[in-house]
Design a protein around this ligand. Structure first.
Ligand SMILES: Nc1ncnc2c1ncn2[C@@H]1O[C@H](COP(=O)(O)OP(=O)(O)OP(=O)(O)O)[C@@H](O)[C@H]1O
Ligand SMILES: O=C(O)C1=C[C@@H](O)[C@@H](O)[C@H](O)C1
Ligand SMILES: [Mg+2]
Length: 185
């Protein structure tokens, strides 16, 4: 199977965790755009955010996403904010099969409540922050994605299988089949 498999979703959605296992199953390289960005910046995203602010970070992110989606086929785990810029949304959708790993803000909070690495969540009320991010971004993820995968209950291994199943359905799968498969989440 040629082409990029691209995972999008909020912080904690499982893009890195699911992406690594999926890449193993597909025998494709796994690439985490946040890791590539940090390599390029020579510091953590958190440090860069604190020093330079969000827009300079988004500029680097857009350039890296453009580069990675023009490169060799891989499973690409994107940063949570990758869908914020229209140019990113168009490129991701045009250059790969895009999966939105969807979770509720409450579930994401349970997964990340002890995390100190995600800059957007270093606030007094991280749950409210996740709710705010979800309110803004859910529609952007849906607009970008070819498939929505509900991640609340299945194990990571099951999620990987669900994605593999969707990939085997291929580009020509009728919307009703896709919707049915989505509903199994
Ligand atoms: N489907 C899942 N069920 C339960 N826990 C999960 C699931 N997916 C991921 N996790 C856990 O949630 C945490 C965050 O997962 P992960 O780092 O993969 O998210 P991410 O989408 O890559 O986040 P970010 O956008 O911040 O990089 C990890 O501790 C991971 O083990
Ligand atoms: O949700 C976001 O906007 C972000 C998520 C992370 O993956 C990083 O890309 C960065 O911390 C920004
Ligand atoms: Mg990640």
């Amino acid at each position: 199977m040629a082409g990029h498999v691209i995972l999008i979703g909020l912080p904690g959605a499982g893009k890195t965790t699911v992406g690594r296992q999926l890449a193993r199953r597909l025998q494709l390289p796994f690439v985490d755009s946040d890791a590539v960005i940090e390599e390029r910046l020579g510091c953590s995203i958190r440090e860069f955010f604190e020093r330079e602010g969000e827009e300079p970070f988004r500029d680097v992110e857009e350039a890296v996403l453009d580069e990675l989606t023009r490169g060799e086929s891989c499973v690409l785990s994107t940063g949570g904010g990758a869908v914020l810029r229209p140019a990113n949304r168009q490129r991701l959708r045009a250059r790969g099969r895009v999966f939105y790993l969807r979770s509720t803000p409450e579930e994401l909070y349970r997964r990340l409540r002890h995390d100190r690495t995600r800059p957007l969540l270093q606030v007094a009320d991280p749950l409210q922050r996740l709710r705010d991010l979800y309110a803004v971004r859910d529609s952007l993820y849906r607009e970008t994605a070819h498939y929505v995968i509900e991640t609340g209950r299945p194990t990571v291994a099951t999620l990987v299988n669900m994605i593999l199943m969707q990939l085997e359905l291929g580009d020509g799968a009728p919307p009703s089949v896709q919707a049915q498969a989505q509903a199994h989440g």
